[in-house]
Design a protein around this ligand. Structure first.
Ligand code: ADP
Ligand code: MG
Length: 601
């Protein structure tokens, strides 16, 4: 039995109308168009640089700000763009347009290779690795004779466009800013899409997005390559603006400055890149002018001021400065037209058939045995409770079943398939949905977007089609589904609130809606009632019963004995990683061993 479809007119998707982002865009567009006509030459030069920095910073906003992967090596990719065209146009007389293609191809290959190797390392290895190859590319550019050593390459030709030679700064200005605005549009589209929601989810840790079928290494690598391509484009433009290159602007210092720009602007929107590039560039110019006069001696004093500002910013505005601007602008989500074709649904297994078999599952963490030879089964349309005192191994059990953790020994069968060695995303694809004991929503994303992330595996649009906004039908279907699930759990009224603004108990319910959006056969709920008030618990119990009626199979971890008693068909009790008892709720409640281990405690 399916829940009734919501009124199509009420189905709303991501903000695509006059959002703050669009308002800023309109003002920026007019300012950008008029600037070279009104501003003195010095400021046109400055604006050209701001455009180039924005492009490279945009890549970092996506990679570091949104996806959470810190890179100090962005400047090196700018250098690759600049040097490829510098060398090939001056020494091989190739056309700048051809060298652009070659530079992008080279960056794609290098970015893929470096991304593949470093991104899977995780932790602090990525930033350290980016410093290492950022330095090596810098010294490579400075050392190779063909590249002109540290003096660089001169005589780079101007770019011609439709027979018009862009050899004046004022003309090149328009070229740069058309490219920048185009890149912003593409990246904003990308973030507001199926792969974009996966990218934004990465910051919550790989485990969360993998549970919805996202291949995290591929996604991170793709973002890394995209960031590198934007940097390369910036470098190519730089070379043809300056008509000369040397290694200095592509060193590790500039890599750090790009990070500054990304952090200062903020990652809540792609416009953070423009804001950060503008503020840092203007501030640097003014400070370079002002500080030596104030202090009476020459020196790079602006770096000291930057250092202090960065510390203040990290303490008081981790999200950067853009959210302060956005606060003053109206937020108005636009209604999406109804979905023509709803997402396909799975057929649920017939009642009584085996859905899950845990067979002698064992998990050790060093010397600690978290799950010890645990076996139990769950049949289709059953609601089974997994209970036990704190630290009994319940969540670890969930992580083994969902593939988030590998088994030490034993086996797990899901729908009669051996999933013991499968990845979390492969198991999700088979029809397993889950929530997390420690809520993992993307706080800055709206509730409905978070739920739409759950439907990741029910769509297929990739990066390119999303960036070009060729994903309309699939997006409408995904948002219609997300709204349907929000109505099912009773949170439709909060669809457009930022997920992080809800109380924790409600966030847990959003997690249930997100898991349901995947159309799972088996739903794993880890302490769904934690943080709920009495009436909310009653609603949750009613929801779980309704899910059972709709043909779902539910395995839930719970603490509140009273809550599970009236709700579940069967109970499995864990204690110190071992199965202590199982059976009907009344049997388990009466079991003396359980009373001592669990109820007594
Ligand atoms: P429960 O969910 O029943 O409260 P858990 O499954 O979270 O218990 O934890 C079971 C035991 O395993 C605890 O002693 C816990 O400290 C330990 N544990 C859980 N996850 C890890 C981990 N990633 N590394 C080390 N020990 C862990
Ligand atoms: Mg737990």
């Amino acid at each position: 039995m399916a829940a009734p479809l919501p009124n199509p007119a009420a189905v709303t998707g991501p903000a695509r109308g006059l959002s703050p982002v669009h308002a800023v865009a309109a003002v920026a567009l007019v300012a950008v168009a008029l600037a070279p006509l009104l501003a003195p030459a010095f400021y046109v030069t400055l604006l050209n640089y701001i455009g180039l920095y924005s492009l490279a910073t945009l890549g970092l906003v996506l990679l570091t700000g949104v996806a959470g992967q810190t890179s100090f090596g962005q400047a090196a990719f700018v250098g690759i763009g600049a040097y490829t065209t510098g060398v090939l146009t001056t020494q091989f007389a190739l056309s700048p347009w051809l060298t652009l293609l070659l530079a992008l191809a080279l960056t794609l290959a290098l970015g893929y290779l470096i991304g593949r190797i470093t991104l899977s390392m995780g932790g602090h290895y990525l930033p350290v690795a980016t410093i290492a190859w950022g330095l090596s590319i810098y010294f490579l550019m400075g050392t190779i004779e063909r590249f002109g050593g540290f003096t660089g390459i001169t005589g780079i030709p101007a770019v011609s466009l439709f027979g018009f030679t862009l050899d004046r700064e004022r003309h090149f200005y328009y070229f740069i800013w058309v490219v920048v605005l185009g890149a912003l549009w593409l990246c904003a589209n990308l973030l507001d899409s199926r792969p974009g929601r996966a990218i934004r989810g990465l910051k919550q840790g790989s485990g969360m997005v993998e549970a919805f079928g996202v291949h995290t290494t591929n996604t991170k690598t793709a973002v890394f390559v995209l960031a590198a391509l934007l940097a390369c484009l910036s470098g190519w433009l730089y070379a043809h603006l300056q008509r000369f290159v040397n290694p200095t602007p592509f060193g590790i210092n500039q890599g750090i400055e790009y990070l500054f720009m990304a952090v200062v602007g903020g990652a809540t929107s792609v416009w953070g890149a423009v804001l950060g590039a503008t503020l840092i560039t203007l501030l640097k110019t003014w400070l370079q002018d002002l500080l030596p006069k104030l202090l009476g001696q020459a020196g790079q004093f602006e770096m000291i001021v930057f250092g202090i500002l960065m510390i203040v910013l990290l303490q008081h505005a981790r999200e950067g400065l853009l959210p302060f601007l956005q606060r003053w602008l109206p937020r108005r989500p636009r209604a999406l037209p109804p979905a023509e074709v709803p997402l396909a649904r799975r057929t649920m297994p017939s009642p009584g058939s085996a859905v899950l078999r845990v067979e002698g599952a064992r998990k050790t963490f060093g010397g600690l045995i978290a799950v010890n030879e645990v076996s139990f089964e769950v049949a289709a349309h059953e609601v089974v409770g997994l209970i036990g005192p704190n630290g009994a191994g319940k969540s670890t059990c969930f992580n083994l079943i969902s593939g988030a953790l590998p088994l030490t020994s034993g086996g797990i069968r899901f729908l009669e398939q051996d999933v013991s060695a499968m990845s979390a995303s492969a198991i999700a694809r088979l029809g397993l949905g889950r929530t997390f004991q420690h809520v993992k929503l993307v706080a800055a994303m709206s509730v409905v977007e978070n739920v739409a992330l759950g439907a990741y595996l029910r769509g297929r649009t990739g990066f390119i089609r999303s960036a070009l906004r060729l994903n309309g039908q699939e997006e409408r279907a995904a948002f219609a589904e997300a709204m349907r699930q929000l109505e099912r759990v009773g949170l439709a009224a909060h669809a457009h609130d930022a997920a992080g603004s809800l109380p924790l108990g409600k966030q847990r319910i959003v997690e249930i809606a997100r898991a349901l959006a995947a159309d799972p056969i088996l739903l794993l709920l880890d302490e769904p009632a934690a943080g709920l008030r009495y009436a909310e618990k009653q609603q949750l119990a009613a929801l779980i019963k309704a899910l059972k009626t709709d043909g779902l199979t539910v395995l839930l971890v719970e603490h509140d004995m009273e809550f599970v008693m009236g709700l579940v068909d069967r109970l499995v009790v864990l204690n110190f990683g071992q199965k202590l008892a199982q059976g009907l709720p009344e049997e388990v409640q009466a079991n003396p061993a359980v009373r001592e281990a669990y109820l007594g405690a």
